[in-house]
Each structure stands twice: as structure tokens, then as C-alpha cells.
Design a binder for this molecule. Sequence first.
Ligand code: SAH
Length: 211
Amino acid sequence: MTSQRTRDRLVARLRANGIEDPRVLAVMGREPRHLFLDEALSHRAYEDTSLPIGHGQTLSQPWIVARMTELVINEAPERVLEVGSGSGYQTLILSRLVPEVWSIERITALYRRAGERLRRLKVFNVRLRLADGGHGWPEAAPFDVILLTACASELPEVLLAQLADGGRLITPLEEADGSQWLTQVCRHGDTFDYQRLEPVRFVPLLQGVIR
Ligand code: SAH
């Protein structure tokens, strides 16, 4: 159930659903999503569905990981910040396609487990931090891309300020009617261009650290 054939089927499905970037498809066909789930769920790892990872959080659906990764690598970024490491799976996919990745998680247990998994897979170009990602990672800024994997209720100004000129913030954003939209904000000097992409469903971005 975790065989290459199962992964190939997922890739075919992603392609059928509009994922086009061959680099993203290749990495997702190769990397072991089942290692980012509890054993009881690992047989479902290559279904195109989100799955629980404990603490009320979810490993995002493969399609959305693929879509967000396509957006992230669009302009060949060198430095990417992810807010919401969760299981670490999206972090892994990014690490294979971007030279340097920083990723922040606020729940201690998830932060630890993500670190163990990434070390086991010999991922050396990722730095993880246990913190409230709403503050960003000022010492490592500016970033070419900042990706949020939890839904913000307003555009996070602190994070926008940590974008390089020409950099992009990609985030699920909740609108006044409660709907969530994948949103991209591009920085040009002090101007920010806002682009609404597609409807999504994410867990909320929350404040503080859970020890
Ligand atoms: N990319 C992850 C998605 C996990 S769900 C994966 O593929 O597994 C979103 C994650 O964002 C959760 O782990 C949640 O704890 C985390 N999160 C929510 N608010 C946060 C914040 N302010 N700072 C850091 N992480 C946050």
C-alpha cells in the first residue's frame, strides 16, 4: 500500500487534476508521505486526501501540497519560510526543490516529530523552529517566498515585512463571509499586489506556543 505503484497512481491523479510542473510531480512520486503519518493511517498516505496528525491538526491533501509547491518554485526562490511545519511533509517537498528552507511550528510534539522525520530522511537544508510563526524569522529574513500552511484571518503585516523585494507571500486567507481563498501577495518595493487564487480549506493560524 506504500509501493511505488501506489505513488505513481497519486501522481497520475495530481496530473489529471491540473498539476503540471514535472519537478513537483517527480518529487511527490518519489518521497514517502506514509512516513509522515501514524502507522494506523499510513495505508491511506497516497490517497488524495488530508489526514489527521494529532493535536487537532492535519497533513494537507497531496493536491494542495502540489499546488502550493508549484506556486512557491515558480520563480526559482533561494530562500523560503514555511509557517506551520505540521507533519513536515510539505517541508520535505520544499527541501527537495528549494536551496534553503526555514519552517516554524507552534506545537512542540509536532515540531519534534517533524524534526526526527526530516533527519531520518537526511534533509540538511531545512531549519526548524518552535515558535509562533506570526512573528516570522527576523534573523533569517528577507525571504523570496513565505508560505503559510494554516489559514490567516488577515494579511500578516509582520510577515509581509520579511519578504525580499519581488518576494511573495502565499497563504490561505479567510474572507469576511468565512470562505477561505489561497492568496498570493507580491512585494514590489513598498507596494503589495494581491491575487486571489482558489478556494481552500485549512486549519486556522493560531497564536502562541503549545509546550
Ligand atoms: N504543512 C503541514 C500542514 C499542517 S496543518 C503538513 O503538511 O503536515 C497547519 C500547521 O500549522 C499545524 O501544525 C499548526 O500547529 C501550525 N500552525 C498554526 N498556527 C501557527 C503559528 N502561528 N505558527 C506556527 N505554526 C502554526
